[in-house]
Design a protein around this ligand. Structure first.
Ligand code: SF4
Length: 426
């Protein structure tokens, strides 16, 4: 069968699609690049915001109207199977049952929301989108239950993969020519805690950086109070490990953090950031903020602005609060911050963030930085510095090449360099 994939949402979803494509290809099916060439469309869905969920229903509606067969996987499939059944889709697979994709596509399984996550390991084929950079899911689920978040309900409880299996996957990828790996988890710092054998993200990074062929290691997403001193030490000690910590704060107000069931205060968050800045040379911090959480007053928002100014994020995702059915916040808190207030707060926050980003990046103009190329259009090639700054370079440079370039400009979140590069392998 010819199958087209449409993937919404986070990197974990992107990688789940890569695994499903790999399994289908191994079973003799074909993955196609255009809907018009397909016999079936698989939509791998995201439910993190109301907007992303609505996009899924609207796409299914349009595809069904045009006569396409549609299968649905991912967070919306896990959370809303009855609603999806009403759309007449071919199959519904939950977040932990992607290993059933072949049976589903072959018409042998209509619905599977069970937990078969242990079916996925280093031997599972994956049809990866990139040739030099690979995603690896190291821990499934999340136990934190932030009051606004649907993820613990759609992706289940935390379950870490054995470290030996992950290291095996890193070795296999290195042998296949992969140079960069990103370890993924909804809460990547929790990795290993459930294994109760001393396994940790710090240990995994330390062992992985020693594998021949691996040049860079990344990890996403960190939960502030779970970042250990050991992790900070390992990141600081090894040049191949990214110096970027993506640590969503969500708010700078202790009152709102408590309502969100985030398990830290503003002071504790800032202490973690200070510790990273002190121990890791040239570190950078990324983050996420939710604006307009129920009950957020002007004073609460001022606390968030203050936090953002103190942290000085290299990159910040700002989103308005939207209630997700089934969460504690949707059940018990009124979505009482008017949309125009959310919008105004977002603009103010973004304005401050843009000026911080400008200051943090303009200091690099006329300086040389080292980047690893991740994609190229032929005319422009894109790479990242070890502290996660995106650099666009004139001309073609092959994916996976590590080059030094001189920065000339900073515009719209991207640094620009001309093609006066010096290959460090030259
Ligand atoms: S840590 Fe909180 S926001 Fe992140 S996935 Fe878990 S419940 Fe959701």
């Amino acid at each position: 069968m010819k199958v087209f994939f449409k993937t919404y949402g986070c990197q974990m979803n992107i990688h789940d699609s890569e695994i499903m494509k790999g399994l289908l290809k191994e079973a003799g099916h074909e993955i196609v690049d255009e809907i018009k060439d397909s016999d079936l469309v698989v939509i791998n869905t995201c439910a993190v915001r109301g907007k992303s969920e609505n996009k899924v229903y609207s796409l299914i509606g349009r595809l069904k109207k045009a006569g396409h067969k549609v299968g649905v996987t991912g967070c919306v499939a896990q959370g809303m199977p009855e609603k999806l059944s009403n759309y007449g889709v071919e199959f519904i697979l939950g977040t932990r049952s992607i290993s059933s994709i072949v049976n589903a596509v072959e018409g042998l399984k209509k619905i599977d929301l069970e937990d078969h996550i242990l079916d996925i390991n280093s031997q599972t084929p994956a049809l990866r989108d990139q040739k030099k950079h690979a995603w690896i899911n190291i821990i499934a689920g999340c136990d934190k239950f932030c009051t606004y978040c649907i993820v613990p309900y759609t992706r289940g409880r935390e379950l870490s993969r054995p470290i030996s299996d992950i290291l095996n996957e890193v070795n296999l990828l290195a042998k296949d020519g992969y140079k960069q790996i990103t370890f993924l988890g909804q809460n990547v710092d929790s990795y290993g805690k459930d294994l109760k054998d001393g396994t940790s993200l710090a240990k995994l990074l330390e062992l992985s950086q020693a594998i021949d062929g691996i040049e860079r290691l990344w990890f996403l997403t960190s939960y502030p109070s779970d970042i250990s001193f050991d992790l900070i030490r390992v990141v600081g000690n090894y040049p191949k490990i990214s110096k970027n910590f993506h640590i969503p704060a969500q708010s700078g107000s202790d009152r709102i953090l408590k309502k969100m069931n985030r398990r830290y205060t503003k002071k504790e968050y800032l202490e973690i950031v200070e510790k990273i800045k002190k121990e890791v040379e040239n570190s950078s911090i990324g983050g996420d903020i939710i604006v307009g959480f129920p009950g957020e007053s002007d004073e609460d928002f001022e606390e968030t602005l203050d936090l953002v100014k103190k942290v000085r994020y290299i990159r910040l995702n700002v989103a308005p609060y939207s209630p997700r059915p089934g969460t504690v916040a949707a059940k018990y808190y009124k979505d009482d911050v008017p949309f125009n207030v959310k919008k105004a707060r977002m603009s103010r926050l973004n304005e401050i963030q843009h000026s911080i980003e400008k200051e943090l990046n303009e200091v690099l103009i006329n300086k040389e930085v080292e980047i690893m190329i991740e994609k190229t259009t032929g005319k422009i090639s894109y790479g990242r510095t070890i502290d996660n700054r995106m650099v666009a370079v004139e001309g073609f440079i092959p994916e996976g090449e590590m080059v030094k370039v001189r920065i000339e400009d900073f515009k719209s979140g991207t640094l620009y360099a001309s093609n006066g590069r010096v290959s460090i392998f030259a």
